[in-house]
Design a protein around this ligand. Structure first.
Ligand SMILES: Nc1ncnc2c1ncn2[C@@H]1O[C@H](COP(=O)(O)OP(=O)(O)OP(=O)(O)O)[C@@H](O)[C@H]1O
Length: 326
C-alpha cells in the first residue's frame, strides 16, 4: 500500500535550512495499522504530507495505493483518505453540507454521497447533527466529523495526523472505538501519527519511531520493548535473623544468569530491595521467588514495571518522549 524510499524534505526559510525528513524508507502492507511516533518537530506530519501528495519531496520516491505521489497525485488522492491536524471544515458550514461537499470533491455522485454521509454520521454517532454548524460541535464531535469526511470516498488507505490530540481521555477512547470499528468494516490500511505512547502501544501493529527526520526504529510494540528496553522487577526482602548483606548475598547466588542488571536498594524505612532488569519481568517472578525461598530468603513485596515505549525512546535517544510531549 505504501512504499517510500529515501523520502527527504528540506525547507528553506529566510536562509534557514530545515532538514525536516531525511531519507525515510517505509513500507506499509495491505491491512496494516502503522503509527509514526516521535517528539514535536520530528518530521511525522511532513512525511505524511508527502505520502498524501500534499507536499513534493525534495528527494526520494513514494508509491502509495499503486501510484507515484509526484507523477500521479490525483490517482493517489482518489484512493486515500487524509485527516489532517485540524480539519473540521468551514466552521460556519453545516455538518451535512460539509460531507456533501467532500463527496463532490471526490466526484462521488450526489445520491451516493447522501447515502454515504448518512451511514458515516450514524457510524460516528453524529446522527441528527446534519443541520448543526461545525462551530457548534464539541471537540470530540468535530474530530469524528473529520473522520467521516476522510471516509467519504471509501478509501482503502487512511492517513490520520494526530487524530486524538486535544481530546479528553473519554473522547479519545470513544474516537478510537469508532476508528477501529470502521477500519474493520471498510477493510482499511491505516498510517497515523501520534504523541500518545499508550495509543501507539495498544492500537498500532507496527511502530515507526522517528526523531530529527530519521527513522530510528521500526518494529511491533512488543519487539521494540523486548529489544530496546527492560522490565524492572523490585523485590522487597525480609531480613529475618540474617543481616542485609547476608540476605543479599544469598539472593544474588540463586538469580538466573539472563537478568541484564541486578542492583540492591536500601530504603529509608530499612527495607532492602533487589532491583532486577530483565526483558521478561512477569515470567521471572515465580521462579525467582521459589529459588529465593529455597535459600531461606523471604520476599515481602514484589513489583513489576513493564517496559514502555518511552523507555525504548529514552534508550535510543537519551531523551524522554513523555517529557517532550508535555
Ligand atoms: N512549511 C514549513 N516551512 C519550514 N519549516 C517547516 C515547514 N513545515 C515543517 N517545518 C519544520 O520541519 C520540521 C518537522 O516538522 P513536522 O511538522 O513534520 O514535525 P512533526 O513530527 O509532525 O511535529 P508535531 O508533532 O509537532 O506535529 C520542524 O522543524 C518544522 O518546524
Amino acid at each position: 500500500m505504501v512504499e517510500a524510499r529515501g523520502l527527504t524534505k528540506t525547507f528553506t526559510r529566510k536562509k534557514e535550512v530545515v532538514e525536516a525528513v531525511k531519507e525515510v524508507d517505509l513500507d506499509v502492507a495491505d491491512g496494516e495499522l502503522v503509527a509514526f511516533l516521535g517528539p514535536n518537530g520530528a518530521g511525522k506530519s511532513t512525511t505524511l504530507r508527502m505520502l498524501t501528495s500534499l507536499l513534493r519531496p525534495t528527494a526520494g520516491s513514494a508509491v502509495v495505493a499503486g501510484y507515484d505521489v509526484v507523477r500521479h497525485p490525483d490517482e493517489v488522492r482518489a484512493r486515500i483518505g487524509y485527516i489532517g491536524q485540524g480539519n473540521a471544515g468551514g466552521y460556519s458550514y453545516r455538518v451535512g453540507d460539509e460531507l456533501q461537499n467532500q463527496g463532490r470533491f471526490y466526484s462521488v455522485p450526489a445520491d451516493v454521497a447522501r447515502r454515504r454521509a448518512g451511514e458515516l454520521l450514524e457510524a460516528l454517532e453524529l446522527s441528527g447533527m446534519e443541520k448543526r454548524t461545525v462551530l457548534s460541535l464539541s471537540g470530540g464531535q468535530r474530530r469524528r466529523l473529520d473522520v467521516a469526511m476522510g471516509l467519504m470516498n471509501h478509501p482503502g488507505l487512511l492517513f490520520l495526523d494526530e487524530p486524538t490530540t486535544g481530546l479528553d481521555p473519554h473522547a479519545r477512547a470513544n474516537l478510537w472505538e469508532h476508528i477501529m470499528r470502521l477500519r474493520v468494516e471498510n477493510n482499511m490500511t491505516m498510517l497515523l501519527t501520534t504523541h500518545y505512547l499508550d495509543e501507539a502501544d495498544s492500537m498500532a501493529e507496527r511502530i515507526v519511531l522517528i526523531d530529527h527526520g530519521t527513522v530510528i526504529a521500526d518494529a511491533t510494540p512488543v519487539q521494540l520493548k523486548r529489544d530496546f528496553a527492560d522490565d524492572v522487577v523490585t523485590l522487597g526482602l525480609v531480613p529475618g535473623t540474617d543481616t542485609a548483606a547476608v540476605v543479599l548475598e544469598k539472593a544474588r547466588s540463586v538469580l538466573p544468569a539472563d537478568i541484564s542488571r541486578v542492583e540492591d536498594r536500601h530504603d529509608a524505612d530499612g527495607t532492602v530491595r533487589l532491583v532486577l532488569a530483565t526483558n521478561h519481568g512477569p515470567d521471572l517472578v515465580p521462579p525467582v521467588l521459589r529459588a529465593l525461598e529455597q535459600v531461606g530468603v523471604t520476599v515481602g513485596s514484589a513489583d513489576v514495571k513493564q517496559a514502555s515505549l518511552d523507555d525504548v525512546f529514552l534508550n535510543l535517544t537519551g531523551r524522554s518522549l513523555r517529557e517532550e510531549a508535555a
